[in-house]
Structures are given as structure tokens and as C-alpha cells.
Design a protein around this ligand. Structure first.
Ligand code: GLA
Length: 390
């Protein structure tokens, strides 16, 4: 046991950081966010209905917790500096929305930017950190996503001129304001990986975006697999209370086979699982992906190790994540267009096992005992996900 533990610490020194002072986000946050589908077209009806569906669909019981507003809930500021809610879209205000979401056993997230404006040009929080964090706390907000537009100046939407020092400072200022508010709120840094936030984010918040925005359009395959590639090497920075965030889910917005691969891989990466589809109008197949409890259990494993790619043979890849009970979750990922057999040996995962029990987490079936290796036929742009144990 000690040997296994020291080996895991050698592979994933991030485990050691699990004593970080926070008790927030001890497993990757799970929820839903307005942005991927609705962009600026959001209102309180959408948010209330989505909270309702989170409960009625079984998503809440499967672990989804946060209902997160993204950009465009706000307008400008009052004369006294308080942020002004868009009362056409949110006539009841955010406090009433938070109360509603809480009454459903869920939590509310909000969005702002560490700049003069949000990415959509609404009032943002630079120089208003204390007043905004206190406002969020008074409303009963539980999660703050903090973006990176217009940080260099009111006319500069990009971040190119932002020094590392300023980058860290604007996020630290909001983190301190959240602390000063006295309300525990998960702090989600959204600076797109600029300035390697994995190296300093754990001191500031509970999760940090590592890369550019995920998208659900004709370029989505290239985009999300590119983001996936760039997670390799970041494993050691993740652990309970401090997570790499490769961005929200596009399950339900991309072809089914790809969605299974995307959800399997995000689970193995210990990524936050924040659904981005219209959950009020999703197909049974999409709901089945989002609520697969065996896959979610991999993502939410209490040891909180971020999995990685163990094997790459052209377009055939093997990703895996060690779990607290000594087993491994393994994703066989086929990037090609045609179905292919993908194999791995226990020794590819540095395991000296002879035989292993294999369970298919999508078929929800035990496949039996295997000696030395396992092979599965994997559809093009698809994945097979198994758990192997002794
Ligand atoms: C940035 C973020 C996105 C989203 C939009 C909102 O692009 O990375 O996740 O919040 O801003 O404007």
C-alpha cells in the first residue's frame, strides 16, 4: 500500500496539495452554465426552467449542483457603484433567483470579468471587487466565474498586454474580496491559460481555465481535441480543491459518439463537469451520457488525481486515471474516422498485475477477467471506457 501511495505521489505530486486550506470543490464542480448554448440570450425564465429540469431529469441526483449564469445578466452600475442587473431579463433580481435555485437543493453561480468590461461589453469588476463580491454574497451566490476581457484597458479586449504580475493581481484582488465577504463562494479563474494559472491558481481559487473556449460548431472536433492535447503535463497541478478546467461540456451539441468520448475524457481529466447544452430540450441519449453514474464516479473520485495519456499510437490513444480503490479508469480513444481495435497492457499503466477484471462503463457490463492486456473495437471519433481492477 505504502509503495503504491509513494508511487502515486511520485507520478502526481498534486495529491500532496490536497491539504489546501479550502473545503470548497473537493471534487471537480458539476453543474450547468448558460454560455455554450445561449450566449447573451438569457433570462430568469430560462434559468428557473433549467433548475427545474436539473431536478426532474435526475441530473441533480447524479451530482450536478451549480446553476451558473454567464455573461449578460448585468448592465452598468448605479451612482453608488453597485452593479445593475438587467431588469428586463431578470425582473425578480438575482437574490430571488438564488433563493429559487437554493429551494431546489442547487447552488447559484455568477459571472464577471477582471477588467473594465466583460467580454460582451457589460460592466465588470476591476476596481469594484469589494463591492461586487459583497453584492454576490448578499444575494446568496455560491460560485463566481471571473473572465479576462478588457483587463489591459477599457479599449483593449485582448489580454496581450497584461503582465503576469497584473494577471495574478486582478485575480488575487477578487479572491480577497470574496474572502472578505464572509460567504464561501467557489472562485473559478477564466483567464484562458494565460500566464500558466496552473502554477499559481491554487493559491487564488478552486479552478482555472487552462485554454481557449470550447465551441460547438463545425470546428468543435479540432477545438476540443486540441484542448485535450494541451492538458497533458498539467496533471500534477490538480487535486482536491484545485482543478485544471479545460472548459465546459458540449455534450448534446456534438455528434453522439464524440460526446461519449468528450465526457469520458473530461471525466478522466478530473475536469469540472459543467453542462452547456439546453437541458430543457435534450434527447434521452444526451441525458444518459450526462448522468452515467459510473463515469461520473470516475470524475468525482475522492483521491482527485487528474488522469493523463499513457499511450499514443497514431490516432489510437489510451488515457487513464488511478482511483482511490486501487482500480484504474481507462479510455480507449480513436481519433480516426474508421473503427479500430485499440489495446493496452497493464504494464502500459505501470502496473505489475497479471490478471484484471474489466468493466465497460458505457455498456455497464462486466466483461470478465483478462490476462496482461485488453483490446476493444472503438468507433471512429469515439471512445470505449472501462474500469480495471484486481
Ligand atoms: C469568454 C469566456 C467564455 C464566456 C464568454 C462570455 O470568452 O472564456 O467562457 O464566459 O467570455 O462573454
Amino acid at each position: 500500500m505504502i509503495k503504491i501511495l509513494s508511487f502515486l505521489i511520485f507520478l502526481f505530486p498534486g495529491i500532496l496539495f490536497s491539504s489546501h486550506k479550502t473545503t470548497l470543490a473537493l471534487t471537480p464542480p458539476m453543474g450547468w452554465n448558460t454560455w455554450n448554448t445561449f450566449k447573451c440570450n438569457i433570462d430568469e425564465k430560462l434559468v428557473r426552467e433549467s433548475a427545474d429540469v436539473m431536478v426532474s431529469s435526475g441530473m441533480r441526483d447524479a451530482g450536478y449542483e451549480y446553476i451558473n449564469l454567464d455573461d449578460c445578466w448585468q448592465l452598468g452600475r448605479n451612482a453608488n457603484g453597485t452593479i445593475q442587473v438587467d431588469t428586463v431579463k431578470f425582473p425578480s433580481g438575482i437574490k430571488a433567483l438564488a433563493d429559487y435555485v437554493h429551494s431546489k437543493g442547487l447552488k447559484l453561480g455568477i459571472y464577471s470579468s477582471a477588467g473594465y468590461f466583460t467580454c460582451e461589453g457589460r460592466a465588470a469588476s476591476l476596481n469594484y471587487e469589494m463591492i461586487d463580491a459583497q453584492t454576490y454574497a448578499d444575494w446568496g451566490v455560491d460560485f463566481v466565474k471571473y473572465d479576462f476581457c478588457y483587463t489591459a484597458g477599457p479599449k483593449d479586449r485582448s489580454n496581450l498586454k497584461v503582465s503576469l504580475e497584473h494577471n495574478k493581481k486582478v485575480y488575487t484582488d477578487m479572491a480577497n474580496a470574496i474572502k472578505a465577504s464572509g460567504r464561501p463562494m467557489v472562485f473559478s479563474l477564466c483567464n484562458w491559460g494565460v500566464g500558466e494559472p496552473w502554477k499559481w491558481g491554487a493559491e487564488v481559487g478552486q479552478l482555472w481555465r487552462t485554454d481557449i473556449d470550447i465551441v460547438a460548431n463545425s470546428t468543435s472536433w479540432r477545438r476540443w481535441t486540441g484542448i485535450l492535447d494541451r492538458q497533458v503535463g498539467l496533471e500534477k497541478y490538480a487535486g482536491p480543491g484545485h482543478w485544471n478546467d479545460p472548459d465546459m461540456l458540449i455534450v448534446g451539441m456534438i455528434p453522439h459518439k464524440q460526446a461519449i468520448a468528450h465526457f469520458s475524457l473530461w471525466s478522466v481529466l478530473s475536469a469540472p463537469l459543467i453542462a452547456g447544452n439546453d437541458i430543457r430540450n435534450m434527447s434521452p441519449e444526451t441525458l444518459e451520457i450526462l448522468t452515467n453514474r459510473e463515469v461520473i464516479a470516475v470524475n468525482q473520485d475522492p483521491m482527485g488525481v487528474q488522469g493523463t495519456r499513457y499511450k499514443k499510437d497514431g490516432r489510437k490513444e489510451v488515457w487513464a486515471k488511478p482511483l482511490a480503490d486501487g482500480s484504474y479508469a481507462v479510455v480507449l480513444f480513436n481519433r480516426g474516422l474508421l473503427a479500430k481495435n485499440i489495446s493496452f497492457k497493464w504494464s502500459d499503466l505501470k502496473l505489475d498485475w497479471e490478471t484484471a477484471k474489466v468493466r465497460d462503463l458505457w455498456k455497464k457490463q462486466n466483461l470478465g477477467n483478462f490476462k496482461d492486456s485488453f483490446t476493444a473495437k472503438v468507433e471512429g471519433r469515439g471512445a470505449v471506457m472501462v474500469k480495471i481492477s484486481q
